[in-house]
Structure formats: structure tokens, C-alpha cells
Write a protein that binds this ligand. Sequence first.
Ligand code: PHE
Length: 345
Amino acid sequence: MLDKINDLLEEVKEFDAKTIEEAEAFRIKMLSKKGTIPALFQDFKSVAPEERKEVGKKLNELKQAASEKVNTVKKRIAAAEDSRKTAGDKPDMTIPANFDPIGSRHPLSVIRNRINSIFQRIGFVISEGPEIEDDWHNFSALNFPEEHPARDMQDTFFVNKNPDIALRTHTSSVQVRVMETQQPPIRTISPGRVFRNEAISARAHCIFHQVEGLYIDEKVSFADMKQTLLFFAREMFGEQTDIRLRPSFFPFTEPSAEMDVSCSLCGSKGCTVCKYSGWIEIMGCGMVDPNVLENCGIDSKKYSGYAFGMGIERIAMISYQINDLRMFFENDLRFLKQFESASPH
Ligand code: PHE
């Protein structure tokens, strides 16, 4: 008897129907008074007492499975018929709307917004400028000598030669435009896309994003810059973050420095992210070269200022521990979906 019940259970499991009539026929066959299952209940009387418990249980299971199956199949067919009827009729306003799934911020936008808001909170305003720039705003005003290698075809995508028009290689160009049109005090940051003719790899791309900053007023000192950048680093990477400035060179700043932050992943003990040095380089900075101020019509005897610039990709890679920069540009949803819960603005 057990075998028979098991076979029937299998049959119930496999059963499906296309019409209500088919489903009803199955119900009659299995569950009506003269159907297979009630007949088994009749036979149950002759089951040996020691087997009754097990067989009884199975039998009830079968009865339940059969009536559930008939019900779900009937319901499904009825619902399908309903919607077919209304579709041919007028639109059914009660059908729940099919909402488009809501997207999420790109990780670079999340990080850019965080950087922006840290500086906005201390009085910096956002300025933007064109991605296609002339030589003056991208290079000459910034004190790049004629023969400076950064002007070379290798680094710069030229749109036109003579006059030189190029895709901007940094957003310092925006700051030249600000200095040309405003008098100090100036506190501005310029986030934006920049372009360099570099081979694409895990660490470099020909398109990337920067946030550059500029602060000009009377008596602005290197110490002011250091304090502001320390504030930024702690807001961005956490309270316990330290910074370190190493001497460097940029044509538009003097003195110039490169800024490192202490590695928050290993607490400066040394790990793969900081390459066992305890420090991670995140930006260039320095005091604006007086030549640059003069080029832009600002009195360098009266005013001084500092500037800084960082790559958003780099900050995002550190913040999210991403080790391949190309991920940001591939738009692979499996990657992007991981940032759904990141800061909303
Ligand atoms: N413009 C520099 C770059 O793109 C960064 C920088 C900005 C350095 C301001 C110093 C001061 O690499």
C-alpha cells in the first residue's frame, strides 16, 4: 500500500493542466467519493495494526497534496483567463504599476559628493569649466614653460594645434578662469573629468576625475593649507588619520608638496594597500606661484594662496578597497550594485 501511495504522490506532484476542465477531471479521479484516494481510505481498514501509523500519515499527506494541487492549478488558470479577458476590454486600473527599478549613485559620484561637501562645509564653493580648453588656461597661465613635458603629445589629447586646443589635463584650468573673473578672497573647488593620453591599466586611465581646490586671500600661509588638508583627511578617512607632506614639484605652486595619509586599513602597521609603508599618497598641493596670480590679474604682493588637487578614482579605490581602476568605467551592474546603500546625496 505504501508503494501505491508513493506512486500517487509522485503523480500529484507532476500533475499540471491547461484548462479548468482538465483540473476538475483530475480532482474527480483522485478525490471524489468514488475516487482513488477515498478508496485507499477504505483499504486502510485492512492494514496491519503495526503499519497503521505510518500508512495513515502518508495517506493524509497524499489527500492534502492532491487537493492543494488541484486548487493552485485551478487558481492559476482562472487568473490567466481573467487577465486575458480584461486585456481585450479596457485597461484594468487596479493592476499594480510596474515600477522601473530605482538606480543608485555611481561610486565615483558618491565619493565626489563627499569630497565636495567636506570643503563646502568650510566655505569653499564649487566652480566648473569646459572640458575642452585652450593652452592658456590649461598650461600657460599655470606657469608651464613652453617646453614642459606635460604639454607633450604623449600626455595631452590635442583637439587642435596652433592655436592649441586640448582636452583639459587637470581642473586647475577652472581655477585660472575663477581667478581671472573674481578678486580674492577666493575659496573654490573644481570637481570634474580630465583627460590624459595614458595606457589603460589597473592604475591608470585616459579619462579620470579630479577635485582641485584653491584658496586665495591676504596672508594665507602654508600652515593654513596644512590644517585645511588635515581637516579634510580626517573627515574623509576618519578621526585617527594623520597626514604627511613630502616636497614635490608643480609648475604652478612653490613650494609644492605631495600629501600622504596614514593607512587606516592597517593602522599604519603596513599592508598591501599602503605597500607596507603605512602611508598612502592622495594629492598634490602647494602655495600658488606668484607668477600664476599675476597671470590671472591678482596682485601677488597683496595676496597669497594655496592650491591642491586629487584624483577621485584614487580616493574611491582607497575608501572601498578597489584594486582595479577600470572597474569604474565598465558599468558592470554586479560591481555597481554593491554601492546601492552608499551615501544618498
Ligand atoms: N594639477 C595637479 C595635477 O593634476 C594637482 C595639483 C593641484 C597639484 C594643485 C598642486 C596644486 O596633478
